[in-house]
Ligand binder design. Structure first.
Ligand SMILES: *[C@@H]1O[C@H](CO)[C@@H](O)[C@H](O)[C@H]1NC(C)=O
Ligand SMILES: *[C@@H]1O[C@H](CO)[C@@H](O)[C@H](O)[C@H]1NC(C)=O
Ligand SMILES: *[C@@H]1O[C@H](CO)[C@@H](O)[C@H](O)[C@H]1NC(C)=O
Ligand SMILES: *[C@@H]1O[C@H](CO)[C@@H](O)[C@H](O)[C@H]1NC(C)=O
Ligand SMILES: *[C@@H]1O[C@H](CO)[C@@H](O)[C@H](O)[C@H]1NC(C)=O
Ligand SMILES: *[C@@H]1O[C@H](CO)[C@@H](O)[C@H](O)[C@H]1NC(C)=O
Length: 345
């Protein structure tokens, strides 16, 4: 009985082993990981009976395997959801109906193995012999969220290579943590080219070099032209500003004058009184017959033209003469020092 059972077992193995072995493992497995977006690729299995499916799993911390892609027909699988900083153990196999190939195992650490694309480089020739280099770190986009490389790597710097387009020999290698680097001491009016890469110092991991970007430094003659334009613009601006200030001051002055010193005219009867000094002296006479009156000093200021002044001075002298004439008689005004018109424009 025992030999018979062994034979049956042997027959079973002979029958089922080839079926199991018929499905070939996925071939030429490769990883395409760029900016922490990782995709696994492979060649299709050689199987004639039908379309083969594939399953990819990774080993979690609890040592059980979790599906990343399950029974897919394509020959690629997005494996970006594995932890970024730890070594991921992955495995892949091919399947057809209830038959499977052997598992194929491999390892992968996203933050070490991923490719860092070049930074965006912009060169601005600002002065003769000086180039401003602006660097922009490439973004990491995961699940539609945008992250900076600095969110994943601690010590990130940029490396820059500079050469003259004519000679193609590197003249400077630069390492900088900043996104703006000023290259000085270059010749004027010469075309320089540069390339930049991101460099992760902690891992000694270089990113990809950018394409060569070339720019001509400013000619020293050009700067004079630029300066003339600048000076003219500044000069015109200052002129415009001064003109504006003058206008403002003028307007303010008029406004203040209008508000606080409105144009002013003497009462009509007072003007008449001044225009007819004879009557006024009579008036004074009638008022001061036989009495001694004290007169306050009357001061009238004029801002009118000198013509006006001279007119009023004439009037004033007339009044004075009249007063002096009558003074000898009965009227003795104690003090009338001056008399002018108070007239504002
Ligand atoms: C696929 O199978 C054919 C024959 O069925 C064979 O000639 C070919 O070499 C196989 N290819 C691979 C990659 O194994
Ligand atoms: C295999 O897949 C192709 C397309 O990828 C499809 O046209 C074909 O019908 C499939 N064959 C089977 C047996 O499922
Ligand atoms: C892979 O998956 C990640 C996260 O699930 C997603 O952000 C990314 O766009 C996917 N990449 C591709 C090539 O589908
Ligand atoms: C750089 O030099 C090459 C020849 O060496 C020339 O074809 C190219 O136009 C130059 N580029 C610039 C921006 O001057
Ligand atoms: C710049 O670095 C390269 C290697 O990356 C080296 O061959 C070259 O001599 C260096 N040039 C200068 C000027 O330091
Ligand atoms: C700068 O000067 C050089 C000669 O010194 C001339 O060939 C070049 O065209 C000038 N470039 C500009 C932008 O004026």
């Amino acid at each position: 009985m025992v030999p018979t059972r062994s034979w049956w077992c042997l027959i079973c193995v002979c029958v089922f082993w080839p079926i199991h072995a018929i499905i070939q493992e996925p071939q030429n497995i490769r990883l395409n990981s760029v900016m922490l977006n990782s995709v696994l690729l492979w060649d299709p299995s050689n199987f004639s009976e039908g379309n083969v499916t594939y399953t990819i799993q990774y080993e979690s911390l609890k040592s059980d395997f979790i599906d990343l892609c399950r029974r897919i027909y394509f020959t690629e699988c997005n494996i970006s959801n594995t932890p970024k900083y730890s070594l991921a153990n992955l495995r892949i196999r091919a399947e057809f109906e209830n038959k499977q190939s052997h598992w194929i195992y491999f390892n992968f650490t996203p933050f070490k193995d991923t490719i860092i694309i070049p930074p965006i480089v912009q060169i601005i020739p600002r002065k003769p012999g000086i180039l401003d280099v602006y660097l922009q770190s490439p973004p990491v986009i995961l699940n539609d969220n945008r992250y900076s490389l600095k969110d994943f790597y601690g010590s990130m710097v940029y490396k820059i290579k500079i050469w003259m387009n004519a000679s193609e020999q590197v003249i400077t290698n630069v390492t900088t943590p900043h996104t703006l680097y000023v290259i000085s001491g270059l010749d004027t009016g010469i075309t320089y080219c540069l390339k930049a890469q991101v460099f992760i110092e902690e891992l000694n991991k270089p990113g990809e070099w950018s394409k060569a970007t070339c720019t001509q430094t400013i000619n020293s003659t050009n700067i004079v032209g630029t300066d003339q334009v600048t000076v003219t613009v500044i000069f015109l601006t200052v002129l415009a500003f001064i003109f504006f200030c003058c206008c403002m001051i003028g307007c303010t002055y008029r406004w203040i004058k209008y508000c606080f010193f409105p144009s002013y005219s003497l009462p009509q009867h007072f003007i008449q009184f001044l225009n007819h000094p004879y009557h006024s002296s009579q008036f004074l006479e009638s008022q001061s017959q036989g009495e001694d009156h004290n007169y306050d000093m009357l001061t009238v200021l004029s801002e009118r033209s000198k013509q006006c002044n001279s007119k009023s001075e004439n009037k004033m002298s007339n009044i004075k003469q009249e007063l002096q004439g009558s003074q000898e008689d009965t009227i003795r005004p104690k003090e009338i020092s001056s008399c002018t018109t108070l007239l504002h424009v």
